[in-house]
Design a protein around this ligand. Structure first.
Ligand SMILES: Cc1ncc(C[n+]2csc(CCOP(=O)(O)OP(=O)(O)O)c2C)c(N)n1
Ligand SMILES: [Mg+2]
Length: 548
């Protein structure tokens, strides 16, 4: 019995230590080996989420971390349960959300000896975690101050991406809390009643300042906005407008796209050439969605290229000779104020506006390209938007003009189609806002288990275009296209909605789609809306718009 009690004491220190780094949400999958952590979590003040499927659980945590911008911890049992967290860990490692894997493990005497459900867990996430802590088997011989310091050091040394804490527990795993081992626990004294970490590592995060900014800001500049936050997007749009610099905005930029549809008008030679006269490009946030934009950026060679993103590392796939500035974007903007100047390319902004206006005259057809254009009308008030990968985000990036500062979420690191529903649910729960989520049909089938997570004010539009129609946009050979690339499916989404107790609609025109979405916000059930689209029509529409 004493093991089970000490296991709980050990788990309590781990969870309390995590809470000092902002962990409020715990995502827990069922398992026995992890019971000491789970029971301690249940007894604490955390917001606990559960899921039977660890791949979905990992993505749920990712969505929570996106929306709360706080670290989120996952508790799973030993074995392949741990391995199923890998996709979400990979995405977080690329896009910087903070995930903490707490994997329960067998103690060393049960590893590599034929014991059930025992696999090699240390190092399982390889280079996809920033850091890892392979804890020893819980022992009162090890002071609690070591355990808490080790966790503090791990989290403070890795302020972005995922970390892995492997935690072996010996049986028995269940038992009531008791006063045993209280002295071990009390060694941490007042820490139990305070809010700060045990160990505080102070790093200097001063904003890097470009001393020749007052010279550069008078030049012909171009602003590129990638994935940045809602507040940053609003501030950046003002900054660029004051400077009179064009702003090329990604769908994740939150800038309101004052120069809309660059994916389209950047196809035009004159526009490409005049814009290439920019002397300096200042890019905020990376991970651009549009292929036209990234292609054009790779061709130009301005005198200066600054890439500002709070995440460290190389974030420019075109490898420009550049300044990679690791900084908080709001702080950087404040340190580099704009001065009011006339726009140096007003004709191009007119072209951008005209492109958008021309598109909005062609909204009648009921299809996925028009859905992208009509997005602003579908958004819930004080809500948020989650965009799935593949054509969904590509069409939104090309056509949609979202209100500045309206929260948009996506997963554009590894761009998997495997956990999009779970990620959307995490965003909805983390933000506490009504969420409109849009995913493709194969993406929906891939993450079907996560329909079990849907509740609250969430409308999920599944664009059913009969398989992965992104491959109709790509030069896949027509003869092999269906069999090996698009994989049209015959799934019945009405039955899927029914199976998971969701409201379901399949509108046939725009008024009934608007009606279905509105009904979704009224309902206490989550709503699945199936938008049946003509197979490759959306892909064709995008290709046609490029041509035009
Ligand atoms: C886990 C994973 N497997 C495969 C891919 C490659 N892939 C990208 S898009 C896509 C098809 C997605 O189909 P669907 O969700 O219906 O979207 P559509 O292309 O129709 O917009 C595939 C297989 C991926 N991104 N992630
Ligand atoms: Mg599809």
């Amino acid at each position: 019995m004493s093991h089970s009690i000490f296991n709980r004491r050990w788990a309590a220190v781990i969870l309390e230590a995590l809470s000092r780094h902002g962990v409020q949400h715990l995502c827990i999958a069922p398992g026995s080996r992890s019971a000491p952590l789970t029971l301690e979590a249940a007894a604490g003040n955390f917001i606990c989420h559960t899921h039977f499927d660890e791949r979905g659980l990992g993505y749920l945590a990712l969505g929570l971390a996106k929306a709360t911008r706080q670290p989120v911890a996952m508790i799973v049992t030993s074995g392949t349960a741990v391995a199923n967290l890998l996709p979400a860990v990979i995405e977080a490692s690329l896009t910087g959300e903070r995930l903490i894997v707490l994997s329960a493990d067998r103690p060393p005497e049960l590893i590599d000896c034929g014991a059930n459900q025992a696999i090699a867990q240390p190092g399982i996430f390889a280079g996809h975690v920033g850091g890892a802590l392979n804890l020893p088997r819980p022992s009162a011989d090890i002071p609690a101050r070591w355990l808490v310091s080790a966790i503090d050091a791990l989290l403070q040394q890795h302020p972005a991406g995922a970390v892995h804490i492997n935690t072996p527990f010996a049986e028995p795993l269940y038992g009531e809390a008791s006063l045993a081992f209280k002295a071990w626990h009390d060694e941490l004294g007042d820490w139990w009643h305070e809010e700060k970490p045990w160990l505080n590592i102070n790093a200097d995060w001063a904003t890097p300042f470009c001393s020749d900014w007052s010279r550069w800001r008078q030049k012909r500049g171009l602003v590129v906005a990638g994935k940045i936050t809602a507040e940053e997007g609003v501030a950046l749009a003002k900054w660029a407008e004051t400077l009179g610099w064009p702003l090329l905005a990604d769908i994740q930029s939150h800038t309101g796209a004052p120069w809309p549809c660059s994916e389209l008008w950047l196809q035009e030679t004159h526009a490409r050439q005049t814009l290439a006269e920019a002397e300096i490009v200042v890019q905020f946030g990376a991970r651009l969605t549009g292929k036209t934009l990234t292609g054009w950026l790779a061709e130009i060679h301005p005198a200066a290229w600054w890439l500002i993103d709070p995440l460290p590392g190389h974030l420019d796939p075109a490898h420009h000779r550049s300044q990679r500035i690791v900084a908080n974007i709001t702080a950087w903007l404040a340190a580099h104020p704009a001065v009011s100047q006339p726009a140096w390319l007003p004709s191009l902004q007119t072209l951008a506006q005209e492109t958008y206006t021309a598109l909005t005259r062609r909204l009648q057809e009921f299809g996925e390209a028009q859905l992208a254009l009509r997005l602003p009308k579908l958004l819930p008030q004080e809500g948020a938007l989650f965009l799935g990968n593949s054509l969904t985000i590509r069409l939104a990036d090309a056509f949609a003009r979202l209100p500045a500062g309206y929260p948009v979420y996506a997963s554009r690191g590894a761009s998997g189609i495997d956990g999009l529903i779970a990620t959307a649910v995490g965003v909805q729960r983390g933000s506490g806002k009504p969420l409109l989520a849009i995913v493709g049909d194969l993406s929906a089938l891939y993450d079907l288990n996560s329909l079990a997570l849907l509740d609250g004010p969430l409308v999920l539009i599944v664009v059913n275009n009969g398989g992965g129609q992104i491959f109709s946009l790509l030069p896949t050979p027509v003869k092999e296209r269906e069999r090996f690339f698009t994989l049209p499916q015959r799934a019945d989404f009405a039955s899927a909605a029914n199976m998971f107790g969701l409201a379901y609609r399949q509108p046939q025109d725009w008024p009934s789609l608007l009606d279905a979405v509105a009904a979704g916000w009224q309902s206490d059930k989550a709503m699945l809306i199936e938008l049946k689209a003509v197979a490759d029509r959306g892909a064709q529409w995008l290709a046609g718009a490029w041509q035009q």
